[in-house]
Design a protein around this ligand. Structure first.
Ligand SMILES: [Zn+2]
Length: 71
């Protein structure tokens, strides 16, 4: 048996790939740390976190910033 260190894996909420949670590219949002595969994913998340985490829990409250409709 190989002794593998228990690596914690996380899902990049922007593009959906599995990332190592020891990765440096993280962002703290609403008390949770999110992990990203790259800086561009993180910057997209920072612009609109609700876009990437709002899919499953669209319950109450946080509909503050809507995307303005196209003209
Ligand atoms: Zn990504």
């Amino acid at each position: 048996m190989y002794k593998t260190k228990p690596t914690t894996q996380a899902i990049d909420p922007v593009c959906g790939v599995v990332v190592d949670s020891r990765s440096d590219v993280t962002y703290l949002h609403a008390g949770r740390i999110y992990h990203f595969c790259c800086l561009s994913c993180r910057s997209r998340f920072r612009l609109k976190p609700s876009l990437f985490i709002g899919h499953h829990a669209v319950a109450s409250g946080q509909d503050s910033d809507h995307v303005p409709t196209r003209k």
